[in-house]
Write a protein that binds this ligand. Structure first.
Ligand code: 5AD
Ligand code: SF4
Length: 484
């Protein structure tokens, strides 16, 4: 068993602390590797496994950038790797359990190659209990760090290599925005479509959610840093940016500007990058000025993901969501009226503590009224440390599953009906990749973010083309590319 050095491991309570007087600091991270790491990295191979949301995907891209700068190459296989990193997600229990399964497989690789370095980062590492579980049960792990000190990656790695210790360095909610992270095209997962963080953290504290603990205080990047990243991506040939934040419409609140997100979106539209998306807005921060920008700029894609979570006011209140069913419906109706072509999608949690049949029926009726174009549905997963974890919950798991199935059937019906309307229409598709299931097919997304498959070759990747839709399959469309 490795000796371990615990640099820092804050409690969830510490992570929840918000000091309204503490200013956000803007730092230029020093992320140049030294000669020791560069010579260590030459010829070595890394493997990154990423779970969870787009914020994690983006974080993994940043670490990928760090490793590529050491001259390392990437693999998908644990057996080939000299360094394996798990970037973890804490949002629901099953994501956490998946990590433990994968660690078991990494152990086999470690037994064949004892010099293999195994690291774990991301949201799960921001929680004390799982970190202690890993220390007790997975002694072959060498490096644990969280979401707030990724820019210390080189110094952490160097210490692990030189001292052969297990290093745990997890920092609680940062108040810093760090710029100067690796930005090379190679480090991004797709060469066509890129995630761009516009803000970090979340101050909403929905009672079921672990994110405000694992990702810290809301802090916005500066407009000029975001625009310079978007312009750079455009120059490198990227066709789409997705602006990322836990609640993007809170962007700029820390500068005291409530229209800041709509203004930022407009500035990004003016860069001329062909496609812009954004996730995720929060209903009570949502300012319909965003609709004006969506209406004015054709490069802002006509899709809006606006999580509702529940259609019952009683449940919304217990969730600490700061809007009512009626306020949410007012935004949805205004959207449908002003921008009838925009796809509206959502997130819904079923089986929140105390949810009654009548509450659940309120969710069903809201979905019917809004006519969502698609939705992500989840069964409530109690997250240790969050307020909902301690709430009385007397609904059986069987009832929760039964409600979940009823909701899923409704959402599938709405999604399929909408998908069917695309058949025999021409839609504009940005092609991103070869299909995972059938290498003779190329996949992309239409303006509504609907997955589209066509027969074709790799030369389509990166192109925006008109596609005639032949078939709809609820979650995807099949079509043929039209001649130019
Ligand atoms: N249980 C179930 N779903 C959750 N989500 C967040 N926390 C939980 C939880 N504890 C869902 C919400 C959120 C989406 C990203 O994940 O619907 O919008
Ligand atoms: Fe979690 Fe609510 Fe913040 Fe979304 S807004 S990240 S659900 S706390």
């Amino acid at each position: 068993m490795k000796k371990h050095r615990l640099v820092s491991l804050p409690s969830l309570r510490e992570a929840a602390r918000r000091d309204p007087n503490c200013p956000i600091s803007y730092l230029k991270a020093d992320t140049k590797p030294d000669s020791f790491l560069v010579s260590w990295g030459q010829g070595k191979i890394f493997c990154i496994r990423t779970y969870g949301c787009q914020a994690n995907v983006r974080d993994s891209e940043i670490i990928r950038g760090f490793l590529l700068a050491l001259g390392m190459k990437e693999t998908d296989s644990f057996a080939e790797a000299d360094f394996i990193l798990f970037n973890t997600c804490a949002i629901r229990e099953n994501a956490e359990n998946h990590l433990y399964g994968e660690l078991g497989q990494a152990k086999d690789a470690y037994e064949h190659k004892p010099e293999l370095i195994i690291g774990i980062c991301g949201c799960v590492m921001q929680e004390e209990v799982p970190v202690k579980h890993i220390l007790d049960h997975f002694p072959f792990v060498s490096l644990i760090f969280g979401t707030n000190n990724m820019t210390s990656f080189y110094s952490l790695l160097e210490e692990v290599i030189k001292k052969n210790v297990l290093l745990v360095d997890v920092r609680s909610g940062s108040t810093a925005v760090e710029e100067g992270l690796p930005e090379s095209k190679e480090s991004r997962l797709s060469k066509v479509s890129a995630f761009v963080n516009i803000m970090y953290g979340c101050d909403k504290f929905c009672t079921y959610c672990i994110v405000p603990f694992t990702r810290g205080k809301e802090r916005s990047r500066k407009v000029e840093d975001i625009l310079s990243e978007v312009n750079c991506l455009k120059q490198e040939g990227y066709k789409q940016v997705t602006l990322l934040g836990q609640n993007v419409d809170a962007y700029g609140k820390d500068f005291g500007d409530k229209y800041a997100f709509a203004d930022l979106l407009e500035k990004v539209a003016l860069t001329g990058i062909p496609r812009i998306r954004f996730v995720t807005p929060y209903p009570s921060d949502f300012n319909t000025k965003v609709f004006d920008v969506m209406a004015k700029y054709p490069n802002v894609m006509p899709s809006l993901h606006l999580p509702v979570q529940s259609g019952s006011n009683a449940v919304l209140k217990r969730m600490n969501r700061r809007y009512t069913r009626e306020q949410y419906l007012a935004i949805a109706h205004e959207l449908r009226e002003r921008l009838p072509d925009v796809y509206l999608t959502t997130d819904i949690i079923v089986g929140f503590p105390g949810e009654t049949e009548a509450d659940f029926e309120g969710t069903l009726s809201l979905c019917q009224e809004v006519k969502y174009d698609a939705a992500y549905t989840f069964i409530f997963s109690p997250r240790p440390g969050t307020p909902a974890y301690f709430m009385k919950d007397d609904t059986s798991m069987a009832t929760k599953h039964e409600r979940f199935d009823r909701l899923k059937d409704l959402i599938e019906k709405l999604t399929a009906e909408k998908a069917d309307t695309a058949v025999n229409q021409d839609v504009e598709v940005l092609f991103e990749d070869v299909s995972k299931k059938d290498p003779s097919m190329i996949t992309g997304y239409d303006r509504h973010n609907k997955l589209v498959h066509v027969k074709g070759d790799k030369s389509l990747i990166g192109q925006i083309r008109m596609v005639h839709i032949l078939e709809s399959h609820t979650y995807s469309l099949i079509g043929e590319v039209k001649d130019e």
